[in-house]
Design a protein around this ligand. Structure first.
Ligand SMILES: *Cc1c(COP(=O)(O)O)cnc(C)c1O
Length: 324
């Protein structure tokens, strides 16, 4: 079976206990009233600042003893790369991260600080990815996929399990979607426990790859525009085996939010809730700011991470203070 089942989520929750936190489910006072309750699932509290630690840890800890000896490789510069480097470091497994010459020095230092070897190669992310694939074939290093993998999806699904354990009567869960590993895992867990829960996916207008693929009926390539939600960039891969079908079957709807809505949500989170969010996490809040009262309550909004450039963050929140 390449597609995970709920039993795989349960197994993941035990396996990743040492590496990933059970994150808080924080009531939002500003978005709730007596007849409507909203909660934030704070994945920004994870040690590396995003939920990606769950999937990466589940995958790495599931490797055989022989595979662990060989080590792992990835080419991601973002939250997935950080998660793989951190999980491999804690588990004492060799980790190589392939980066192109375009990656800035501070990112290289951050990845090295997590204990990974850095292999600088080529002039683009594509070349770095090809390098990771080649070294995986020639040296037997294990590639850790960012989303389209049974163990990665099951790891992200532990978020859904935690939400249902703490709030069994939840009616709506809002989850950001890029490659779809998170939304696939969360809806698998939630709908296995209660099929009537409404799962809303949300993508940025800059790169709604999953939504356009669902409309086309198969995975398609989508051009990517620059976005404050950089963690929602990238396609779902034309060879997608798992997340496309799971999201088609389990997610009720995918909404698309604009850059202006993402920026407003980052501002709202900081001024009204004292939370630091990166753009991808703000996508989940942007849906609430658009139609909070229309969503069946209780509502849980998954705030996926806080890895935003601090200087950029200060500029955004200085621009405008949402009305109290
Ligand atoms: C990766 C990521 C997402 C999207 O997750 P997918 O599994 O690719 O859909 C959302 N938010 C943050 C912060 C991420 O790092």
């Amino acid at each position: 079976m390449v597609t995970p089942e709920y039993a795989d989520v349960i197994a993941a929750s035990v396996r990743i206990r040492e590496l990933a936190l059970k994150t808080p489910l924080k009531p939002s006072l500003s978005l709730s009233d007596r007849s409507h309750s909203v909660f934030f699932k704070l994945e920004s509290c994870q040690p590396i600042g995003s939920f990606k630690i769950r999937g990466a840890a589940n995958k790495i800890l599931s490797l055989s003893a022989d595979e662990k000896l060989r080590g792992v490789i990835t080419a991601s510069t973002g939250n997935h790369g950080k998660a793989v480097a951190y999980a491999a470091g804690v588990a004492n497994i060799r980790c190589v991260v392939c980066l192109s010459n375009l990656v800035p020095a501070n990112k290289i230092l951050a990845i090295r600080a997590l204990g990974a070897e850095v292999d600088i190669f080529g002039q683009s992310q594509d070349e770095a990815m090809a390098r990771a694939e080649a070294r995986s074939h020639s040296e037997g290093l294990i590639e850790i996929p960012p989303f389209d993998d049974k163990f990665v999806v099951a790891g992200q699904g532990t978020i859904g399990k935690e939400i249902l354990e703490e709030l069994p009567n939840v009616r709506t869960i809002i989850v950001p979607v890029s490659g779809g590993g998170l939304a696939a895992g969360v809806s698998l867990a939630a709908k296995s426990i209660d099929p009537n829960i409404n799962v809303i996916g949300v993508s940025s207008a800059a790169c709604p790859a999953m939504k356009l693929s669902l409309e086309a009926g198969h995975p398609i390539d989508v051009p990517e525009l620059p976005s404050v939600a950089d963690s929602l960039g990238g396609g779902i891969t034309l060879k997608n085996r798992i997340t496309f079908a799971m999201i088609r079957d389990l997610v009720d709807e995918i909404m698309v939010v604009s850059e202006a809505e993402l920026v407003s949500a980052i501002q709202y989170a900081f001024w009204r809730e004292r939370l630091v969010l990166e753009g991808a996490a703000a996508a989940s809040l942007a849906v609430l700011l658009r139609l909070n009262q229309q969503l069946p309550s209780p509502v849980v909004s998954i705030l996926t991470g806080d890895n935003i450039d601090p200087q950029r963050f200060i500029e955004i929140v200085s621009e405008r203070r949402p009305d109290e």
